[in-house]
Design a protein around this ligand. Structure first.
Ligand SMILES: Cc1cc2nc3c(=O)[nH]c(=O)nc-3n(C[C@H](O)[C@H](O)[C@H](O)COP(=O)(O)OP(=O)(O)OC[C@H]3O[C@@H](n4cnc5c(N)ncnc54)[C@H](O)[C@@H]3O)c2cc1C
Length: 267
């Protein structure tokens, strides 16, 4: 349990106070959750940093402030429907009113609401660190390649990612998702996919996307068999289903997303 609480008045103070065993407090829905994976002696509240709540379109991007809540994102006209679709995966409005998009990326949960969609569209992050402002892709951040102890200030969504769709598999709307799959493509020669497998990992599905780009009519059978044979991903057997069932589901979901993209006019 935290022993000290600091309310940061600026990004600079938040970064200065960030030491060992500390965490930023944004919406607090992960930090204060029973059995949360976040353990910290010091909580640095960033809630007063209003500049991190802004959402604006500029050039080729839509910049979503890290402190934008899921509910705020749903209410912003400038935010695209495909991002709202991922925000709606958080079914509880009470939680949507508190939880922030930056917090969701930072916790990197393997049942993440937003990360698969953000990886598929090639979204980026702006991060403040002790060494200045850094920019990186959500993929690199998720894989732990960059700036993981900095303060995410903004998620950068591409304005024109083409066809984007995400699907989530869970027992009920409020239950944890055991599989979330996202697909984005400007055309059938430029496909990106990502998946979150609860307690397995977050995966950039480059092989499945490559198979679809090589053969635009690749069969569901081929995709399911590719996932059955994939050794680089973990699909735990648990109360939500067995390993084979989850692999099958990913293959079928991928085939369904490709079919939806074609129905949506992608060639
Ligand atoms: C019942 C319940 C079910 C949940 N189910 C899911 C689920 O299925 N999928 C899922 O993804 N999440 C789930 N969550 C967790 C949580 O609601 C979301 O991940 C939420 O988006 C976290 O955002 P937050 O603002 O509340 O983060 P906080 O709880 O405030 O912070 C979480 C962590 O992120 C870091 N952090 C926060 N903001 C930043 C920032 N701007 N820059 C850098 N680091 C930052 C903090 O240091 C901390 O370590 C669940 C929570 C509850 C209570």
């Amino acid at each position: 349990m935290a022993k000290q609480y600091i309310a940061a008045q600026s990004v600079e103070t938040a970064l200065k106070r960030r030491g060992e065993n500390s965490a930023f407090l944004a919406g607090g829905t992960e930090i204060n959750r029973l059995n949360s994976a976040v353990e910290a002696d010091t909580l640095i509240s960033i809630r007063r940093l209003d500049e991190l709540k802004k959402v604006e379109a500029q050039g080729d991007f839509i910049y979503v402030g890290a402190l934008c809540t899921f509910q705020q994102a749903l209410e912003e006209d400038v935010i695209p429907e495909w991002f709202k679709e991922a925000c709606r995966f958080m079914a509880s409005r009470t939680k949507r009113n508190m939880a922030t998009v930056g917090g969701n990326v930072a916790v990197k949960r393997t049942d993440s609401y937003l990360i698969p969609t953000l990886i598929a569209v090639g979204a980026g992050l702006k991060i403040e660190t002790a060494d200045g402002t850094k920019e990186c892709s959500v993929l690199d951040y998720t894989e732990g390649l960059t700036c993981c102890d900095g303060l995410i200030t903004c998620i950068c969504l591409p304005k024109n990612p083409g066809f984007v769709k995400s699907v989530r598999f869970a027992n009920t709307a409020q239950s944890h998702a055991y599989l979330t799959v996202a697909f984005a493509a400007k055309d059938l020669d430029h496909i990106e996919m990502a998946a979150a497998v609860k307690n397995g990992g977050i995966y950039h599905l480059t092989d499945l996307a490559a198979a679809m780009m090589k053969d635009h009519d690749v069969s569901e059978e081929t995709l399911v068999n590719m996932v059955y044979e994939c050794e680089g991903a973990v699909f735990p057997t648990d109360m939500f289903g067995g390993e084979k069932y989850k692999r099958y589901l990913l293959g079928v979901a991928a085939a369904g997303l490709l079919a939806d993209a074609k129905k949506g006019g992608l060639a």
